[in-house]
Write a protein that binds this ligand. Structure first.
Ligand code: MV4
Length: 661
């Protein structure tokens, strides 16, 4: 086995590979760009080599530089991870030429799968089922149209050099074929430098089911069952699971054996994934083969109990596969949710920022977090904005899904917009819970998944307003008089706050009511809505009953306002006025604003008297209770603006206090 390997990647997959290498006692070399100087994978590795500037083209894609780093450090093998050079046949060849083991398939296998039509031809010979269609070299449009006419519409035109959904065009009738073909060719030529097309029967509700395969250098090949990755958006996987739901044992075995046959058709070695389209009638068709370890491999690891990186290292070290097919079994069900710095409400555009708050669910045998970042890290604009992969296991799909939803609720990220709320909505979506999966899932359930839920806006406004009021008081004291607060007391016992959600300002008025059963009581007015609320705040945990519906939230402050973490995920509420920064009670000149209407019961010192911090200076009666106000600091009560027996309005200034220098 290797004594030292270099990981030619970054982020979570680099950390993940390092973790297995460490467990096996293998030394690790990380490579990093200027943007990753302080990255977690650099810290975890035994050694690290700077390979260039932040842009991938000037660092992680520099094959020669990476090979030199391996030679410089004496790394005997290179793990490419996924993306970057992981499916680059030239790089695999360069490793071989330099006597460095490429932990992956032979370059010939990579190249064979690089072209869609070449891949299909190979699979056809291996009796791997293909979607009915034409993928020949003859690009005479009449030939492709004839194939389309014969198989029936709709058909799908695909660029031979395309991939990941690029270069595809649906054609729904013979009349539109020629135009569609011309447009698709032109786009493919522009995008890939190759306008060759293939045409297939268009499956309108397929599932994306992929089979994990492993082959060694001794003629052995096994499948480690399948993953369902149908829930995608613009060909970006969002949540993956293993095994695929509602697959019969027979179908599972047939897909598995077909996938192994596909791999052996290209003399495969190492970890590979054969992607199929599974049609509603149970037919399945080869889509493409990925010659790398996939992002979603952890769900396979959790249901088989195997460490696929360890398998990769052993196979690269020319050892036989650790297990035979009969020794592999499915235990339970696993999900992976990809947590991204992206804004689902803004077309999922990537977001950047600092991970001011990054609190993860507790990691156990059933909750795994693969990540490459820590709290305080910047989310880099140079690379894929993945923050972490949340991977959970359960004894069955429902249990695993409940665990996923719980873990998503417990995830706390602030400082950058993430897709956490969207993932939670997906995990708790009824159709998803019923495993009604196909590649059009997101579009089909768009309304539910992207609803601007007014109630969550109201809820978050109330959570924020009540939190601000309660937190502005001394946490341990229920007395609204113990210190002034960040609220404007404008009339009766009403406090108001200007808040903003999604760039929309709201005026929220809280009418302070009697305490009920140890809870603060409020009537909350937002526009025309009046809601009855009661709440308690302990630290950042706010328990709020709103119109009879009790729920909890964790509220944390940042420099713009508040982040409300509820079971609907994280929502940001901007506090427009007044500034949250300095607690009002901390500024003496505002220390004596009457927090609500009341009657002056007693003036405790003479004007001009010097008082100690915390010394009682005035007593008011309000809401049937006596409230003592205290000096916020050592200083002088210069003057009272009221006398005993006066009725004073909430928000009026009661005395002039001057803190000592
Ligand atoms: C298809 C298809 C329907 N019918 N081929 C998308 C990217 C590439 N992996 C192949 N893809 C598809 N090929 C036929 N004949 C639907 C898709 C497809 C898809 C496939 C898997 C996962 C997500 C997808 C999203 C849109 C379309």
């Amino acid at each position: 086995m290797f004594s030292k390997i270099l990981i030619a990647n970054r982020g979570e997959i680099a950390c993940r590979v390092i973790k297995t290498a460490k467990r096996l006692g293998i030394k690790t070399v990380a490579v990093y760009s200027d943007a990753d100087t302080n990255a977690l994978h650099v810290d975890l590795a035994d050694e690290a080599i700077r390979i260039g500037k932040a842009p991938s083209s000037q660092s992680y894609l520099l094959g020669e530089t990476i090979i030199q780093a391996a030679k410089k450090t004496g790394a005997q093998a290179i793990h490419p991870g996924y993306g970057f050079l992981s499916e680059n046949g030239d790089f695999a060849e360069l490793c071989a030429e330099n006597g460095v083991t490429f932990i992956g398939p032979p370059s010939s296998s990579i190249r064979a799968m690089g072209s869609k039509s070449a891949a299909k031809s190979i699979m056809e010979k291996a009796e791997v089922p293909l979607v009915p269609g034409y993928h020949g070299d003859d690009q005479d449009p009449a030939l492709l149209k004839q194939a389309a006419d014969e198989m029936g519409y709709p058909v799908l035109l695909k660029a031979v050099a395309g991939g990941g959904g690029k270069g595809m065009r649906q054609v729904w009738s013979g009349d539109e074929f020629n135009q569609g073909f011309e447009d698709a060719r032109r786009e493919a030529l522009a995008s890939f430098g190759n306008g060759d097309m293939l045409v297939e029967k268009y499956l309108t509700q397929p599932r994306h089911v992929e089979v994990q395969v492993f082959c060694d250098g001794h003629g052995n090949g096994v499948y480690l069952f399948e993953r369902d990755c149908s829930v995608q958006r613009r060909h970006q996987k969002i949540i993956e699971e293993a095994p695929a739901p509602d697959i019969s044992k027979e179908l599972r075995q047939m897909m598995g054996e077909t996938a192994v046959r596909a791999a052996q058709a290209i003399d495969y070695r190492g970890a590979g994934t054969v992607e199929f389209l599974l049609d509603v009638d149970g037919s399945f068709y080869f889509m493409e083969m990925n010659t790398r370890l996939q992002v979603e491999h952890p769900v396979t690891e959790l249901i088989t109990g195997q460490d696929l990186v360890e398998w990769q290292l052993k196979v690269a070290d020319n050892q036989p596969l650790p297990l035979e097919q009969e020794q592999l079994n499915i235990d339970g069900h696993a999900f992976e949710a990809r947590i991204y710095a992206e804004d689902p409400s803004n077309d999922f555009l990537p977001t950047t920022g600092t991970l001011h708050t990054l609190i993860t669910p507790e990691e156990t045998n059933n909750v795994r977090i693969d990540t490459g970042v820590l709290q305080g890290d910047e989310v880099s604009p140079f690379y894929d904005p993945m923050i972490a992969k949340l991977v959970v296991w359960g004894e069955d799909r429902s249990a695993a899904l409940r665990r996923l939803a719980k873990a998503l609720r417990e995830y706390r990220i602030n400082g950058v917009t993430t897709n956490l709320s969207f993932l939670y909505d997906l995990a708790t979506n009824e159709a998803f819970q019923n495993a009604e999966l196909d590649t059009g899932f997101i579009e089909k359930h768009h309304a539910e998944l992207f609803k601007q839920d007014g109630s969550s806006v109201t809820d978050n406004l109330v959570f924020a307003a009540v939190y601000l009021h309660l937190s502005s008081q001394n946490e341990s004291c229920d007395d609204p008089w113990s210190s002034a607060n960040a609220w404007k007391m404008n009339q009766a016992n009403i406090v108001s706050q200007e808040l903003e959600i999604n760039d929309t300002p709201y005026l929220v008025e809280l009418e302070l009511c009697e305490h009920q059963f140890g809870q603060h009581g409020f009537v909350v007015c937002i526009n025309e809505d009046r809601l009855v609320a009661s709440a308690t705040l302990r630290g950042e945990q706010l328990t709020l009953t709103l119109d009879g519906h009790k729920r909890t939230a964790t509220v944390s402050k940042d420099d713009m306002g508040l982040v409300i973490f509820t079971d609907r995920g994280a929502s940001h509420v901007n506090v427009l006025e007044p500034d949250l920064g300095e607690d009002q009670a901390g500024s003496a000149e505002n220390a004596f604003i009457a927090p609500m209407n009341g009657t002056v019961i007693e003036l405790m010192v003479e004007p001009g008297a010097t008082v100690q911090a915390g010394q009682a200076v005035l007593v008011l009666e309000a809401m049937k209770m006596q409230h003592t106000m205290h000096a916020p600091d050592h200083g002088v009560v210069k003057e009272y603006f009221c006398k005993q027996g006066d009725l004073v309005d909430g928000g009026s200034s009661l005395l002039a206090f001057e803190a000592a220098e």
